[in-house]
Design a protein around this ligand. Structure first.
Ligand code: FVH
Length: 296
């Protein structure tokens, strides 16, 4: 089929790294006319063989765009470099480049000052999850909601979509919050393996199954924390209170010491817990520790 003579919304994609290439293939497979540009042109060649139209420059790509102009570049600086010298007036810009909330807000203002409509996105997937809905990958979007609705069908092709607000920084905020939680989880997993690895007879695969089940069961605590933060009553529905957990931390630290494992991944959060207990809040759950960070 000639992909440039159909009724599907045309997509313009700037950035053909691992993620950009994965996105491109889904739009091509779904029959969307696709114009591509990449700083290193040879990365566009396989996609051109698959039916994409190459643009020689970002300015040429943007000028010919009649649908969304999607950016999937390394960082916000590369977005600035790529879009400088393009004519954005009247264009629909969808930025899927990972950034901070402040960068997303500034980029939205920057694009709108040039007459463009702007959506920011945070991709909660790795490239092999793109185009495979069964993996549960999705993209957070924030900014111009009308623009989101106008292009929803196109945006739903590579992954699920979740619109999280008109503040353009909210997609990045959600993205980074989830990635930050994941970092804490990886820290815990790392410490747990360091502990069991001190003994020769622990089966790592069996332990990994137990670990994943335990983390899954404990993840439900996020809902309780949200309810406590909403009500302002941090003692509401507490199953394990902070005083008990802070005391148990001594056992965790003594075990680390006994097994000669460095506890540095645990101690920052333990300090927060004991600070809250020292303030007289041993009867609470964990929600009170949130405020200790937010006011830092
Ligand atoms: N890959 C992943 O697992 C994660 C999943 C979650 C979301 N991230 C973010 O997606 C953005 C793109 O990631 P990527 O995986 O495609 O990254 P790379 O393969 O490293 O490709 C980077 C592209 O950016 C181009 N580029 C870099 N600097 C510039 C510049 N100054 N001007 C123009 N383009 C630039 C680069 O071009 P080239 O090196 O091929 O010439 C690639 O097209 C990213 O924000 C992730 O955080 C991915």
């Amino acid at each position: 089929m000639d992909s440039h003579s159909n009724s599907k919304t045309p997509v313009t994609l700037l950035g053909l790294g691992d993620m950009g290439t994965a996105l491109a293939r889904t739009w091509l497979a779904a029959g969307h006319p696709l114009t591509v540009w990449n700083r290193t042109p040879r990365r566009a060649e396989p996609l051109v063989r698959e039916g994409a139209r190459p643009a020689a420059t970002p300015a040429e790509a943007v000028a010919s765009a009649t649908g969304p102009v999607v950016l999937c570049l390394l960082d916000d600086a590369s977005v600035g470099e790529t879009l400088s010298g393009t004519e954005l007036n009247g264009k629909d810009v969808v930025n899927l480049t990972t950034n901070t909330p402040a960068q997303a807000q500034q980029r939205a203002r920057w694009a709108e000052d040039r007459g463009a409509r702007f959506l920011d996105g945070g991709i909660m997937a790795v490239p092999p999850m793109i185009g495979r809905p069964e993996t549960g990958g999705y993209v957070f979007y924030s900014g111009d909601q009308q623009l989101f609705e106008r292009h929803r069908e196109v945006l739903e092709v590579p992954a699920g979509v979740k619109f999280v607000g008109e503040d353009p920084g909210h997609a990045a905020l959600h993205d980074v919050a989830l990635l930050s939680a994941m970092t804490g989880m990886f820290a815990g997993i790392t410490h747990a393996f360091a502990l069991v690895d001190t003994e020769k007879d622990v089966d790592r695969a069996r332990f990994a199954t137990l670990l994943a089940q335990w983390l899954g069961a404990m993840a439900g605590a996020a809902q309780g924390m949200a309810a406590q933060l909403d009500s302002g009553d941090f003692t509401e529905g507490v199953a394990s209170n902070l005083a008990m957990m802070a005391a148990a931390n001594d056992t965790l630290l003594a075990t680390a010491q006994g097994q000669s494992v460095d506890p540095r991944l645990l101690t920052p959060y333990m300090r927060l817990m004991s600070d809250r207990v020292a303030e007289g809040h041993g009867d609470e759950g964990l929600a009170g520790t949130v405020g200790l960070l937010a006011s830092a």
